[in-house]
Design a protein around this ligand. Structure first.
Ligand SMILES: NC(=O)c1ccc[n+]([C@@H]2O[C@H](COP(=O)([O-])OP(=O)(O)OC[C@H]3O[C@@H](n4cnc5c(N)ncnc54)[C@H](OP(=O)(O)O)[C@@H]3O)[C@@H](O)[C@H]2O)c1
Length: 290
């Protein structure tokens, strides 16, 4: 499934029938502080999105809950009409309250509304990939996803969604979703220091399903570790790019969606993520989570 790409580290991956670069872009932090409201630097945010596509990225991760509506509207303003090669992945299952919280919204009527809101804010007739976001801000929570996931399957059958995925999910929920309909990706929290999903990643790789780590750089709390600093210093690389290179080495089904509001960081991350890591580097980095 993974084929070399001449331009971006990691080559490409196929999500159902959609080919995407394994190096993608996560748009969440383009919204204002706490992922609420507009960005401080609107032109800068638009420039990052345009730069991502100009550099060859064909996978952008978003949600109408970011802002809310803010990142989708930035994506539309920066990139519509979208290049045919670009695939925008969105998530449903949570909304926002006035305090910036992320209340669950997974009743069938909530999900139908969110799918239509995403179609409208992104100005699309069909959403390429929709993840059902489970759990809450503290992480995955056990419980059946059947009613919510079946609602998305209905919307898929109506032609509004091409492919489905799930996010913030337990292993049992991944298996339950797969028993209902095919999924092409799982998007969960995972990085050098947070490796709860190691077994799940390997199982999904066998199934040909992508694993998309959110917070690949630590999210709101940037990754910090002496082993990461030591390897980055030895390679004369930034810690962020080494953390991304490690993810690309970890498994061929891992797709990256690092966020940044800076075109300089975007370029740096792309340039560094393609470096090869020696057995010694990988062993030291594997120890970060132990
Ligand atoms: N499914 C879910 O529940 C869920 C939850 C959270 C996130 N997500 C998705 O995952 C994506 C990635 O998560 P994220 O953006 O929150 O976290 P992240 O990718 O782990 O980290 C982003 C942070 O890293 C900084 N950064 C990036 N490159 C850097 C560099 N070269 N040097 C220094 N700092 C750098 C960014 O700051 P600068 O802006 O200064 O570069 C930003 O603060 C999101 O965009 C979103 O699409 C999904």
């Amino acid at each position: 499934m993974s084929t070399p790409s001449p331009s971006l580290p990691g080559g490409t991956w196929t999500l159902g029938d959609l080919t995407v670069t394994r190096f993608g872009y996560g748009a969440m932090q383009l919204a204002g502080p706490g992922v609420m409201g507009p960005p401080a630097d609107r032109e800068g945010a638009l420039a990052v999105l345009r730069e991502a596509v100009a550099l060859g990225i064909t996978h952008i991760d978003t949600s109408d809950a970011y802002g809310p509506h803010v990142t989708n509207e930035l994506i539309r303003e920066a990139l519509h009409p979208y290049p045919e090669s670009l695939h925008i992945v969105t998530k449903v299952g949570a909304t926002r309250d006035e305090q910036g919280g992320w209340p669950t919204a997974r009743r069938p009527e909530d999900l139908r509304r969110q799918v239509h809101d995403n179609l409208e804010s992104l100005r699309l007739d069909v959403l390429d990939l929709v993840d059902l976001r489970l759990g809450n801000a503290e992480g995955p929570r056990p419980g059946s996803l059947a009613e919510a996931f079946e609602t998305l399957v209905e919307l898929q059958q109506q032609g509004l969604i091409r492919h489905l995925g799930i996010s913030n999910a337990t292993e049992e929920q991944v298996a339950e979703a797969q028993s209902i309909a095919p999924i092409v990706c799982v998007q969960n929290m995972y990085n050098l220091a947070h490796r709860h999903d190691d077994k799940l990643i390997d199982r999904l790789a066998t199934d040909g399903v992508a694993y998309v780590p959110f917070f690949p750089l630590g999210g709101f709390t940037p990754l910090q570790s002496s082993a990461l600093s030591a390897v980055a210093a030895r390679l004369e690389a930034t810690q962020m790019s080494v953390a991304l290179a490690w993810l690309l080495h970890r498994s061929p089904n891992i797709l990256l969606i690092p966020g940044t509001s800076s075109t300089a960081h975007l370029r740096q991350n792309i340039a560094g993520a393609g470096r090869s890591l020696s057995h010694e580097d990988l062993t030291e980095l594997d120890d970060v989570s132990r």
